[in-house]
Design a protein around this ligand. Sequence first.
Ligand code: GTP
Length: 595
Amino acid sequence: MQHIRNFSIIAHIDHGKSTLADRIIQFCGGLSDREMEEQVLDSMDLERERGITIKAQTVALKYQACNGQTFLLNLIDTPGHVDFSYEVSRSLAACEGALLVVDASQGVEAQTVANCYTAIEQGVEVIPVLNKIDLPAADPDRVIAEIEDIIGIEATDALRVSAKTGQGIQDMLEAVVKRIPTPKGDPNAPLKALIIDSWFDNYVGVVILVRVVDGVLKANNKIMLMASHAAYLCEQVGVFLPKAENRDSLSAGEVGFVISGIKELKSAKVGDTVTLADNPAAEPLVGFKEIKPQVFAGLYPVESNQYDALRSALEKLQLNDSSLQFEPETSQALGFGFRCGFLGLLHLDIVQERLEREYDMDLITTAPTVIYQVALRDGTVIEIENPSKMPDLSKIEEIREPIITTTILVPEEYVGAVMSLCTGKRGVQRNMQYMGRQVMLVYEMPLNEVVMDFFDKLKSVSRGYASLDYEFKEFRAADLVKLDILINSEKVDALSLIVHRTSSQQRGRELAQKMRELIPRQMFDIAVQAAIGAHVVARENVKALRKNVLAKCYGGDITRKRKLLEKQKAGKKRMKRVGNVEIPQAAFLAILQVG
Ligand code: GTP
């Protein structure tokens, strides 16, 4: 055990985590050059395109240190986005050390700070690493000062590396071996293994990635998962080199995979403890949480005969993504579809894109919303994740919305702009601290405001320099109302949304205007209204049009005419007929563009 080192890489998106992991694998000879595919740790194609690591994966490597001893390095990959912060915390719980990778040409960002604090709280040894020192814009001294100011750890001896050229990699691995503590743990105690990750494999079912904390896990052991008390027969254990290789056992300190005939991903939850059914541990490991979706949206097929195909596509995605939830939902306007729950907006984007790309679905997505707690006058409390399901106002005692604590890191010159953005989103400032050239702002804000378009706005007012991290704080009562959109006097349920009363009139007006721009002219006039209860707060008209489409070609040749019609048809693809009005996808998301 004294030759094992378990560590993760903490980095902000794009600071070079995947590239560095590849370089480490290559250095340790985990893969031959021919096998060395760029960014092996990001396995999904989509991830590669987006450049975001979504699922944590891990690799066991042999490293021959300068003192001649051979070490087993378990590099545990972590997701880099705020939507996946629970998975990050479980990956870090499996480590004794972490490389804090900061792009030497950029500096520290909020996500890095948040993950770094998570690591420090768990007693993980954090080693600062400055990456991309090959870039002319690299400014290591400034970034070292920033790490010290903002994160508060000693960084004068930060390692300087280039994941691109390989410079400094060996020194960094020496530091891993010297500075990261040996795993503790008792091989003779009852088994306790932490589930770091789990995924579905078509051939063997669920694969669980574990860090054995105490005890020994052998193939053929009968195991028990402590959250559900479900027992399974352990069929195989092994390690990823990065290719899977079977072993007879995994013991305290080691990281590896377990295959045990589990059929559904939701049975093997990240953070749960694996123990032996015949000799169970007294207590599970601390830190297990059920993760719940935070953001909801309706997904509807454009063609109603695609409903079954959409269901089976969602089922397939869920096999490998237990945080994706869905249930059937019917909308008067959109017909049959599904209400889906996501960890955050990025998660929603990824699911939507995979459905469209891998399953060839044409979808209408409704505006994302959060869960509201609604206290009714009869004393019951219900949770509403679809604005159109909001009970009648007369029955409601109060509506409570989810509040988050958000930490924003921004260069000094943009502080004013960011503060007014936060205030505009009903944010309440809790802290403000100058740290070198950066300022850390802490705000409490309604999640609903952040879900909408906060992230894009934050990036635009700070020219891309601000970064953000958030965590759920509590449900809090607020003066909220339901805003309905009526098209030709018909309420369109899929367009309803919940807004704060103070901004409801303005949102209604802006939304109606936006709708007018987005809904294409049709053969008749279309009235777009925004209403709160029976009170109409805005009205816009989409003027009739038609005759001129073909009129342009009057007397022209038939091919031009056909082309024009085809173009029109193609443009209709992502439209949904509501009553007799064609509404494009963009109109369902118009709320994201206002306010
Ligand atoms: P996520 O997977 O999105 O979290 O990003 P990441 O942190 O894994 O970053 P990734 O490894 O994908 O690197 C981001 C970009 O920086 C890529 O274009 C890399 O080629 C580039 N990059 C990474 N390391 C270096 C380096 O040392 N020098 C230079 N010049 N570029 C680098």
